[in-house]
Design a protein around this ligand. Structure first.
Ligand code: SAM
Length: 350
């Protein structure tokens, strides 16, 4: 996997700053960290753990023999770590949760090191550390990215910290029965495209189906609540999404229905061939920053080989996305059910 800017700036900072790069015998917790030379080398001389909820990034850490966690449940002890590192993403509330929870875990006098890309607003988090009461910041700047670090003071703003820690938990989405964790797709309100797809689903979907990139489970919630289907496997590569979907769909779990959850990277991990009778998806079309059509195209290919003969994929996409060719190449019949308000919905049968 190509090295991310975040990994580059971290490795650069650890190489420049001996007090960080040459640490030994410390307890280090890394929020959202990715595999790389710097973390590997620190993990050999310290007790280093990483919180990482994305499946492929998690697997890469494990391959590097770095201890990785995909959830924050368990016995995390306040003031227990010498060093916290936070790899900043583009989601503000997620970052505030990582910083807030990191400071909760950090010993007094311990160091918090944050790092990220300029185009994700890394500089604004320097103000965030000041705002909560952290002391003087050191900085390193390279690769259109920045790292900054400071020692934990004993005058942190507890109210602000609890607010940030709250961003790591389930929040009710207004006017729905659903909950989401900040940072997940459409965490504040249901996506219009997903609603349009629901409006064009058949009244009955028989046998086992799959919700590709289930997020917090909106499509499956609709399908189960309308009695359209009873058997669904919900799949996402973000463990937070899988957790949320499980939380939202728990209400349907009884002796009649089979609802299961899988943490998989659907670009990399092919579902078993001819194993499902239908599929629904509102596929991702962004990686970190840029539009990436390959993601949706890989989802479509994965679904086409996982569907049994005669099985149908129901999908919605933004109207400008180029999915027609890949649908035509992998399905025997493709029908556009509707195009409106910037979205298009397809039914594609194997
Ligand atoms: C556009 S959102 C749709 C979420 C949900 N189905 C809905 O309609 O609200 C796409 C989802 O795909 C997930 N995703 C992105 N890349 C993935 C991958 N490689 N494998 C599995 N899921 C992925 C994202 O985490 C996100 O939840």
């Amino acid at each position: 996997m190509a090295e991310s800017l975040e990994t580059k700036i971290l490795d650069y900072t650890l190489g420049q700053e001996a007090s960080l790069g040459q640490m030994t015998g410390k307890t280090i917790f890394v929020m959202n960290g990715e595999a790389g030379k710097g973390l590997k080398s620190l993990s050999e001389k310290n007790v280093l753990k990483v919180y990482q909820t994305h499946k492929t990034a998690y697997d890469a850490l494990r391959e590097d023999k770095i201890m990785a966690h995909y959830d924050m449940r368990g016995d995390f002890i306040p003031d227990s770590h010498d060093v916290i590192m936070v790899c900043l993403s583009k989601n503000k509330q997620e970052n505030l949760f990582h910083i807030g929870f990191g400071l909760f875990l950090l010993k007094k006098g311990g160091t918090i090191l944050c790092y990220g890309r300029n185009d994700f607003g890394v500089t604004s988090y320097q103000k965030v550390l000041k705002e909560v009461g952290m002391g003087e910041l050191n900085t390193a700047v390279k690769y259109k990215s920045r790292a900054f670090w400071a020692e934990k003071t004993d005058t942190l703003d507890a109210t602000l910290l609890s607010k940030w820690i709250g961003y790591g938990t389930f929040n009710r989405i207004a006017d729905t029965q659903l909950e989401a964790i900040p940072g997940l797709f459409s965490a504040d309100k249901i996506d219009k495209g997903s609603v349009l797809l629901c409006e064009h689903l058949p009244k009955n979907l028989d046998k086992m189906g799959a919700d590709f990139g289930c997020g917090y489970g909106f499509l499956s919630y609709y399908i189960l609540s309308q009695g359209i289907a009873n058997n669904i496997v919900c799949i996402d590569n973000d463990h937070k999404a899988v957790d949320c979907a499980r939380q939202n769909l728990n209400v349907f779990i009884d002796g009649e229905r089979v609802i299961t959850f899988q943490w998989l990277d659907l670009v990399r991990d092919m579902l078993p061939k001819a194993s499902i009778s239908w599929a629904v998806m509102n596929p991702p079309f962004h990686d970190d920053k840029e539009e990436n059509h390959a993601l949706g195209q890989a989802f479509i290919k994965n679904a086409s080989q996982a569907l049994k003969k005669g099985g149908t994929l129901y999908m919605v996409a933004n109207a400008h996305l180029p999915y027609e060719k890949i649908l035509a190449a992998n399905f025997s019949k493709v029908e556009k059910l509707v195009e409106k308000e910037g979205f298009k919905v397809f039914a594609a049968t194997v």
